[in-house]
Design a protein around this ligand. Structure first.
Ligand code: PLP
Length: 378
């Protein structure tokens, strides 16, 4: 059975050229980058070269890029550091952020007296930038904004240029979780007015356990993880040389692939059409006409006896997709994102997400499987 992976928003396979480079670095450049001998220096050179590559691709300065283990770590570090060291006591965000933002906000509220303001979102997950403006207008200098670029569940894209512009106008810090868009959409930090931005290699065909954040050079954050002087004191701990090299290579490859966005977008459109033919009452979540991620399709199937076992049945048939619900005390509940957009909990939501290697045949087979699952069980 040929397995089908339509879950590229959760992670991606390593690009063959990334594997090749990482294997070489793992076997040849194993020195500790902090060591001053030649083995150490060659590893250090790889890290600094990778930093330059990432900076060049995002239009930042190399000194503004810091490597770490995950975007979860990056987002935690930025928000907690801003509270601990930049005097932030109010954070404006949205209810549809990734859990690594929302749980951090809950922690900061509970333990550091931070006030969190969650903007309202419409049925497609869009914020109203006028609502943001009205909060910024009455805010003090100890307020910052953390709003993601592309939503990982429903694919809605926020207008981060306008958000960054408003933050700049009111002189407030702006952090952007760009995990779902880095490597997929061009990002120019020169044009963005972002103070902080995070990305994760495993979302763009790089390795897991390798991520980065950007800190605008205006800000001099003190170390958050204490220890050695790695990452210019920001993030102590021996660097993941091969992971960092793999991250930079994957970013370079993904941004120079002109066909990626067209390919995944075509698959998305094709799947939508096929699903609509088979399930006329299906609903697609998030923006559909403009401001959506080309690789994510969130579909809600009408109420049906088979809804609770759909993903399991697809898995048995070799199709990997994501659910947007969690099982709590034996009852399936919609994810926080679906709840925030007022989704009908009796519908079953599946997130299909496409990658470079996904094919039309895989989409067709997946829709056939879903159709059979629903028809064979009444
Ligand atoms: N932010 C968003 C929008 C994500 O989609 C994810 C991962 O799914 C993360 C943050 C966390 O990234 P990582 O897996 O590198 O911790």
């Amino acid at each position: 059975m040929n397995k089908i992976f339509l879950d590229h928003a959760s992670t991606t396979s390593l690009h063959p050229e990334v594997i090749q480079l990482m294997t070489k670095v793992l076997s040849e450049n194993y020195g500790n980058p902090s060591s001053i001998h030649s083995h150490g220096r060659s590893a250090k050179m790889i890290i600094e070269k990778s930093r330059k590559t990432v900076a060049r691709l995002l239009h930042a300065a190399p000194s503004e890029i810091f490597f770490m283990s995950s975007a979860t770590e990056a987002n935690n570090t930025i928000l907690k550091n801003c509270v601990a060291h930049l005097g932030i006591d109010t954070i404006i965000s949205t209810p549809t952020e990734h859990p690594c933002i929302l749980r951090t906000l809950e922690y900061l509220t509970a333990h550091h007296d931070v006030k969190t303001v969650l903007l309202s979102v419409d049925n497609n997950g869009n914020i109203d930038t006028e609502e943001l403006r009205s909060h910024l207008e009455i805010s003090t200098a100890s307020t910052m904004v953390s709003i993601m670029h592309g939503n990982n569940e429903i694919g809605t894209i926020h207008d981060i240029k306008t958000i960054g512009g408003l933050c700049a106008q009111y002189n407030r810090l702006y952090h952007c979780d760009a995990v779902q868009t880095i490597g997929k959409l061009p990002i120019d930090l020169n044009q963005l007015n972002a103070d902080f931005l995070s990305g994760s290699a495993h979302k763009f065909r790089g390795p897991k356990g390798s991520a980065f954040f950007y800190v605008n050079k205006k800000h001099n954050l003190p170390p958050y993880i204490h220890g050695g002087s790695q990452e210019r004191n920001m993030r102590a701990g021996t660097e993941n040389t091969s992971g960092i090299a793999g991250l930079a290579k994957a970013l370079e490859l993904s941004l120079k692939d002109p066909l990626y966005a067209i390919h995944v977008h075509n698959l998305r459109l094709h799947m939508k059409e096929k699903l609509l033919q088979e399930f006329p009452h299906i609903i697609f979540n998030g923006n559909q006409d403009t401001m959506y991620l080309p690789h994510i399709l969130s579909a809600s199937f009408p109420p049906h006896a088979q809804n609770s076992t759909l993903l399991m049945n697809l898995d048995i048939l070799g199709v990997s997709v994501s659910s947007a619900s969690a099982c709590s005390a034996g009852v399936e509940t919609d994810s926080h994102v679906l709840q925030a957009i007022g989704h009908d909990p009796d519908r079953k939501t599946v997130r299909f997400s496409f990658g470079q290697e996904s094919t039309i045949e895989e989409v067709d087979r997946t829709v056939e499987h879903i159709t059979k699952i629903y028809s064979s069980h009444g």
